[in-house]
Design a protein around this ligand. Structure first.
Ligand code: SAH
Length: 228
């Protein structure tokens, strides 16, 4: 094995396009209604974000390994989090947990200005390359995203794609007025999706939604590595 194997570029065949159209249908049947989200899922080649051996499985509605013990979220989870964000083109969106880069691509495809942070360097580098190859231009950063990214705040939307033990105050503070934060909060096994809307400087509305399972957010406002 080479240290740095050059990944195989998998062409977007009719077969993969067909599987992708089927995935959109499945997401619709599972209750996703946001047409913008469904259109984006129909366009972004999810197979480009996984190992080439998994190209066809990329269109099953399930998470897949992306290396370093991390996963690309299940398509339903990506679609549901995106739908909860009530996205409109031109919005500034911060994502914590770039992972494969797939969710960032969905946000770009929906016309948002995307900022995304990943703590594992190899994933950061890999996602940057895939997103650039596909023509998406999010601003990516390597580091602990749990304190947010104050350089570019406020954000219209903030999306956390890793499990958090609580809602970090620093993320709430980086929301614009009428901004929405979507974050899975719980323990290491199971989390409740929380949707937090900033009504004014001091006033926030909190909604608790369904249960999900995410890999942990590790960092200043997440878990410490020795707690895992
Ligand atoms: N949105 C991703 C899903 C990634 S899984 C996708 O579309 O593929 C969650 C990711 O969050 C993992 O890659 C993990 O390394 C990362 N992560 C965990 N804690 C983090 C932190 N404090 N800051 C930034 N990224 C973090």
């Amino acid at each position: 094995m080479l240290d740095n194997p050059v990944e195989e570029f998998v062409i977007d065949t009719y077969k993969l396009q067909g599987l992708r159209a089927k995935l959109v249908k499945t997401l619709r049947e599972k209750g996703i209604q946001d047409e913008g989200v469904l259109t984006a899922v129909g366009k972004v080649p999810r197979h480009s974000f996984v190992e080439s051996a998994f190209a066809e499985q990329a269109y099953d509605d399930r998470p897949l390994p992306i290396g370093d013990g991390q996963t690309i979220s299940q398509p339903y989870t990506v679609a549901r989090q995106s739908e909860l964000l009530e996205l409109k083109p031109g919005m500034k969106v911060l994502e914590i947990g770039t992972g494969s880069g797939y969710q960032a691509a969905i946000l770009c495809e929906m016309g948002c200005k995307v900022f995304s942070i990943e703590r594992i360097r190899s994933l950061h580098v890999k996602s940057q390359r895939i997103l650039t190859d596909l023509g998406y231009k999010p601003r990516l950063k390597w580091g602990d995203g749990s304190p947010g990214w104050a350089t570019y705040d406020p954000y219209d939307r903030i999306l956390v794609t890793a499990a958090s033990p609580s809602v970090p105050d620093t993320l709430k503070k980086q929301l614009a007025i009428n901004g929405i934060l979507v974050i899975p909060v719980g323990d290491l096994k199971i989390q409740v999706m929380m949707k937090i809307t900033r009504k004014s400087q001091e006033e926030f509305i909190q909604q608790r939604l369904n249960e999900f399972q995410f890999v942990p957010m590790i960092g200043k406002h997440g878990w410490k590595e020795e707690q895992l």
